[in-house]
Ligand binder design. Structure first.
Ligand SMILES: [Zn+2]
Length: 154
């Protein structure tokens, strides 16, 4: 998952899920989705669409877009459930994968390498703290750390 997300960021030159969706010709629609739904992914007549609740704040909207983008890339044939607040703690395989993808995409390794905790980095990147633990530890960049003592353990 980590490498797949890194390749995607490299390929599109951004980690912004809205820009990646538009470059991949995935429509993003804003709709009123009721009280508890954040968004969902649909593919009708081969047109992939990410549906987002129109009344979400920017960070929540970005996270939801990243989660649904994951479904379009990883689970295009699966009828995925609506993303709701409780989905963040879901143990369902596809939901967990989509959350993991979103976390990898949105939380930058650089913040963690500077010594920020995963939870602080999640807040800084607009990621819900319930899913922050899904972020993998970034690999040390060898050119950044000259010796073992200069590495900050997270
Ligand atoms: Zn989902």
């Amino acid at each position: 998952m980590v490498n797949m997300v890194k390749k995607l960021i490299q390929l599109h030159g951004t980690n912004d899920p809205f820009r990646i969706a538009s470059m991949r010709n995935i429509l993003v629609l804003y709709e009123y989705l009721g009280k508890s739904t954040w968004g969902y992914f649909s593919c009708v007549n081969r047109i992939p669409i990410i549906h987002l609740h129109e009344l979400m704040k920017e960070a929540q909207s970005r996270f939801t877009c990243a989660h649904e983008l994951a479904h379009s890339l990883l689970h295009p044939k699966v009828n995925t459930p609506y993303l709701k607040a409780h989905t963040l703690q879901s143990i369902d395989k596809v939901e967990r994968e989509a959350n993991q993808f979103a976390v990898e995409l949105l939380i930058s390794d650089e913040l963690l390498l500077t010594g920020m905790t995963i939870y602080d980095a999640a807040v800084a990147c607009g990621v819900p703290e319930e899913v922050a633990h899904l972020k993998s530890k970034p690999e040390r960049k060898l050119n950044l750390w000259t010796n073992e003592d200069s590495f900050i353990n997270l």
